[in-house]
Design a protein around this ligand. Structure first.
Ligand SMILES: [Mg+2]
Length: 135
């Protein structure tokens, strides 16, 4: 892929006159609910094909989830790439000393003693978010 999902989805929103913001902000409850429904619909489609496939359908629905998630971020003025980077930074702190990984019996990676929770509010403030202010 040559362009990031954020760029592709911004192009889509521009072309179809959909909402897009440059600064993080709360949006109207109606718009927020609409975006939530769109994402829930795509997540349901992933669940439907996760076990049964076929694989191209699963790939399609996974891409739809990411596309809609980036769209929802754009509607709220969130730079989602930066938030993902913060989540990744935090996840990598789950590594123990010397790169030791602790896992639960079912395979889930556990938080070690060096774990740092993601600070998403700090990332959004860095993007100009002022909590409580509407767009
Ligand atoms: Mg779909």
């Amino acid at each position: 892929m040559t362009a990031s999902p954020a760029d592709l989805v911004r192009e889509f929103h521009r072309a179809f006159g959909l909402d897009a913001r440059d600064t993080p902000a709360e949006v109207t409850p109606e718009l927020a609910a609409h975006r939530g429904e769109l994402l829930a619909e795509e997540a349901r489609e992933v669940a439907e094909v996760s076990v049964t496939g076929p694989l191209d359908r699963l790939a399609h629905e996974l891409a739809d989830v990411v596309y809609v998630a980036y769209g929802t971020a754009l509607v709220h003025g969130i730079d989602l790439d930066a938030v993902i980077a913060e989540i990744h930074r935090s996840n990598m702190t789950k590594l123990g000393p010397g790169g030791r990984v602790s896992r639960r019996a079912d395979g889930k990676v556990l938080k070690g003693e060096h774990y740092e929770a993601p600070d998403v509010a700090r990332v959004l403030r860095g993007q100009g978010w002022m909590p409580g202010r509407e767009a």
